[in-house]
Design a protein around this ligand. Structure first.
Ligand SMILES: Nc1ncnc2c1ncn2[C@@H]1O[C@H](COP(=O)(O)OP(=O)(O)OP(=O)(O)O)[C@@H](O)[C@H]1O
Ligand SMILES: [Mg+2]
Length: 242
């Protein structure tokens, strides 16, 4: 899925958090959005995921704005998956969590069980399928949240700090799963991260968001090795204190 964000403005009360965002993201791209805390990264993802309504500006998905009719609007929403910054799991076990999106799409047995098992397996979670979500470790819970998002095969996958506070093993598993999902489905991935190294490892292009504005967008090598804007340079070298 392609994404075209034009002139997006979002305020909370008197405070303008997104101040005119323009972005074009190509189908099949892994696109990272980096920036300090409070820059508006989550707000931007939430606008893309229909959880927030911007005041002005537009978002086009595969060239079209959100349909006004409920049925096509729901169909579009179902093509987008998100792993939130602090995902909540449902009560019930890991498999129930992963199968949820398939159930609401009326996927029947035996496909339901097969796809749930495959998604858990891809995240190294087969042994924990019957474990209650409430007792999973943070890394396991995050892997379940990821499997729950991708099991329905979204064309656009939004990841908000999806490995924050995890150990290297879980980070590796999750980053590998992103690469594999992107490779095998051709889905577009938007990855929000503070972690410059993660952006470098996973993304094709990176954007720096500062105080609600995009400062610079570039392909990974140029962005890191030859940034055009002094603020990008300060951010990628770690001089920018945040
Ligand atoms: N629902 C809301 N109501 C009021 N203010 C909000 C709301 N959501 C976000 N904000 C404010 O908007 C600003 C941007 O928040 P956002 O969560 O988008 O930042 P972020 O770039 O994702 O930061 P972090 O890296 O810490 O997750 C913050 O100052 C935040 O307090
Ligand atoms: Mg955030």
């Amino acid at each position: 899925m392609s994404l075209e964000v034009s002139g997006l403005v979002k305020s909370f009360g008197a405070r303008e958090v997104l101040r005119g965002i323009d972005l074009r993201i190509e189908p099949g791209e892994i696109f990272a959005i980096a920036g300090p805390s409070g820059a508006g990264k989550t707000t931007l993802l939430r606008c893309v995921d229909f959880l927030l309504r911007p005041e002005t500006g537009s978002i086009r998905y595969d060239g079209a704005t959100t349909p006004a009719e409920p049925a096509p609007a729901i169909a579009l929403r179902r093509r987008i998956g998100m792993v939130a910054q602090n995902p909540l799991l449902f009560r019930g076990n890991a498999a129930y969590n992963v199968s949820f999106g398939l159930c609401i799409r009326d996927v029947d047995e035996p496909e339901l069980s097969r796809r749930t098992a495959d998604a858990l397996k891809a995240l190294g979670m087969s042994d924990l399928a019957a474990t209650r979500a409430s007792v999973l470790s943070a890394g396991e819970a995050q892997r379940v949240a990821f499997a729950r998002a991708v099991v329905v095969r979204p064309d656009l996958l939004l990841l908000d700090e999806f490995t924050a506070n995890l150990d290297p093993t879980n980070v590796n598993i999750l980053e590998g799963a992103v690469r594999e999902y992107n490779r095998s489905t051709g889905a577009t991935v938007i990855l929000v991260t503070h972690n410059m190294f993660q952006a470098k490892r996973l993304a094709n292009r990176v954007a720096l968001l500062l105080e609600g504005r995009i400062v610079e967008v570039g392909a990974v090598p140029e962005f890191f090795e030859n940034p055009k804007d002094p603020r990008t340079r300060a951010f990628v070298t770690g001089e920018y204190a945040y």
